[in-house]
Design a binder for this molecule. Structure first.
Ligand SMILES: Cc1cc2nc3c(=O)[nH]c(=O)nc-3n(C[C@H](O)[C@H](O)[C@H](O)COP(=O)(O)OP(=O)(O)OC[C@H]3O[C@@H](n4cnc5c(N)ncnc54)[C@H](O)[C@@H]3O)c2cc1C
Length: 504
């Protein structure tokens, strides 16, 4: 094989996480190949970002000399510097309760709404990433740095000699031959086979190395989802009475908006063009099959039909239109785990290794949080690499388990909004503790998964939930047991479920 077809690293999967990993390794002087099965721009779900993601983007940009990356951290910077990459403003998290046969949540009663601010104003706001645009832009940025970047090719990998042989098959019909995308990103001529010393699986779950095993574990979260993008979705803010709107700590449509319905919840993430990411997550815990929805959504008509019991929420879709090229997507059971997540000459990015659930928007941030130790292991001393990769694998597994613990608690409590609002505090305490630690220069594991005391407190509270004591007792225990991690005034009855931004 000619030397030009050999790479130090082959990154398989050109979503945002694969492209960013490839860009970092190439910027550090390594010879990198990056492959994506589909042709950019391509649809991807997973759009609501968080302050944790913003901090990680900023730090990775600084550490690896990629100033353009920092534009993804905050809304004001993004709008100024990336006008063609679509996004939406996210001022925080919003949750609204809807029950069939019950009056709609329009009275501003804290029993039916929870808003948690994540930033002080729009300029410093977080974002919804329009993933088709962001992933395309990042792929192009990576293509400028790596030795070879190709989309429209599906990769299969097998071991060969000291490394990996990668077979490249034209995967996307629209990319057959030299599509504009391939011409744009091709930097050296690619054969249909290349070799690499190290393989990075950034496929989001395809297990391209074949080295990891699916792990059958008892997930506390058991869900499946359907989703799409729609145009002209009405604003929830406009559906609320003026005094309710006025009390909100931020305009509630500039948020990761969660609408709790019987059996699950609906998300709305509004982009700055007229489109909105919409999806529905259904709990599977009490269903026999873990592999399908009882009543799948395949059209706007189905979507409206399933929302019919919630008249006010349903009315947001009166004038909605489908975005033709996207269509309705449906996931199988969302929870999955492949382990180990790394070996001596291969590694999986977080979303390749596992996934829990969209509740609380942990995916983007977790991916970024995993890239950091992984690239350090790969760029650090060769003598430490294997041990560091083993540690990375263990860490990912523990982090995914921890996400399951926190998200699973929210599902456990979803039957009653007051219980649910209490359970969300576990996430906000862990997320804000992580962010404050990071700002102070420390680097905890994702959502402080390495903080044993926090984990014990959460486990203790969950146990208490299982015994079904009065909600007042659960709230008091939560306030007490979360105290060391409550830096921003969470669990405060006086706040009436409307948490303003707290600087600390
Ligand atoms: C329903 C749902 C909702 C979500 N919502 C959120 C949210 O609101 N916020 C959040 O932070 N996270 C969310 N997530 C999680 C988020 O989607 C993931 O964390 C994120 O997409 C991971 O990005 P990635 O680049 O690692 O993988 P992906 O985006 O999955 O990209 C992997 C890429 O690999 C390519 N690929 C696959 N196989 C091959 C192959 N053999 N050869 C070449 N290429 C290949 C694929 O085409 C794909 O483009 C959600 C997840 C789901 C399922």
């Amino acid at each position: 094989m000619p030397a030009t077809n050999h790479f130090d690293f082959a990154v398989v999967g050109g979503g945002f996480a694969g492209s960013l990993t490839a860009a970092i390794l190439a910027a550090a002087g390594r010879r990198v190949a990056l492959f994506e099965r589909l042709t950019h721009p391509r649809f991807a779900v997973g759009e609501s970002s968080t302050p944790t993601a913003g901090l990680l983007v900023r730090d990775l940009a600084e550490q690896y000399g990629l100033p353009w990356l920092a534009h993804l951290a905050k809304y004001g910077d993004w709008k100024q510097n990336l006008p063609d990459v679509r996004c939406g403003l996210k001022r925080g998290f919003a949750y609204f309760d809807h029950r069939a046969q019950a009056p709609p949540p329009d009275c501003g009663d804290p029993a039916s709404q929870l808003l948690v601010s994540a930033n002080p104003d729009a300029a410093r706001g977080d974002l919804h990433w329009h993933r088709a645009d962001v992933d395309h832009w990042l792929f192009q940025k990576a293509a400028q740095l790596v030795a070879l970047a190709q989309d429209g090719v599906s990769v299969t990998a097998t071991r060969c000699g000291e490394g990996w042989s990668l077979k490249l098959a034209c995967a996307d019909k629209t990319a057959a031959g030299d599509s504009p995308a391939n011409q744009r990103t091709r930097r050296e001529s690619a054969d249909d086979e290349v070799t690499a010393s190290f393989l990075i699986d950034a496929t989001g779950g395809a297990n391209v190395s074949g080295e990891a095993q699916p792990q059958a574990r008892w997930w506390k979260t058991q869900t499946a989802a359907c989703f799409t993008h729609l145009r002209h979705v009405g604003a929830w803010n406009d559906a609320l009475p003026a005094p309710v709107r006025a009390a909100h700590p931020f305009p509630c449509d500039a948020s990761a908006q969660h609408h709790l319905v019987d059996g699950g919840w609906v998300w709305l993430l509004r982009f700055d063009d007229s489109t909105t990411s919409v999806g529905r997550v259904d709990g599977l815990l009490h269903q026999r099959s873990t592999n399908h929805h009882a009543s799948p959504v395949c059209s706007l008509q189905d979507w409206r039909r399933r929302l019919q019991p919630y008249a006010k929420l349903a009315s947001l879709f009166d004038h909605a239109e489908e975005v033709d090229e996207i269509g309705w997507r449906r996931s199988p059971r969302l929870q999955r785990l492949l382990v180990p997540a790394a070996g001596a000459d291969w590694a999986m990015l977080p979303a390749a290794a596992g996934q829990v659930d969209p509740l609380h928007s942990t995916g983007i941030a977790h991916s970024l949080c995993g890239i950091e130790p992984l690239v350090e292991a790969l760029l650090g001393p060769a003598s430490q690499r294997t041990a560091r990769l083993q540690a990375y694998s263990t860490r990912l597994e523990i982090e995914l388990e921890w996400i399951d613990e926190i998200v699973g608690a929210a599902y456990q409590c979803m039957g009653d909004f007051r219980h649910f609002a209490a359970a969300t505090m576990l996430y906000f305490a862990a997320a804000t503790s992580y962010e404050l630690a990071r700002v102070a220069g420390r680097r905890p594991w994702f959502l402080c998964a390495d903080d044993q005391k926090l984990r014990e407190s959460v486990a203790r509270w969950r146990e208490s939930v299982g015994q079904a004591p009065p909600i007042e007792q659960l709230e008091a225990e939560l306030r007490e047991w979360l105290r060391p991690w409550n830096h921003v005034g969470l669990c405060d009855a006086q706040a009436q479920n409307l948490y303003r931004y707290e600087t600390t």
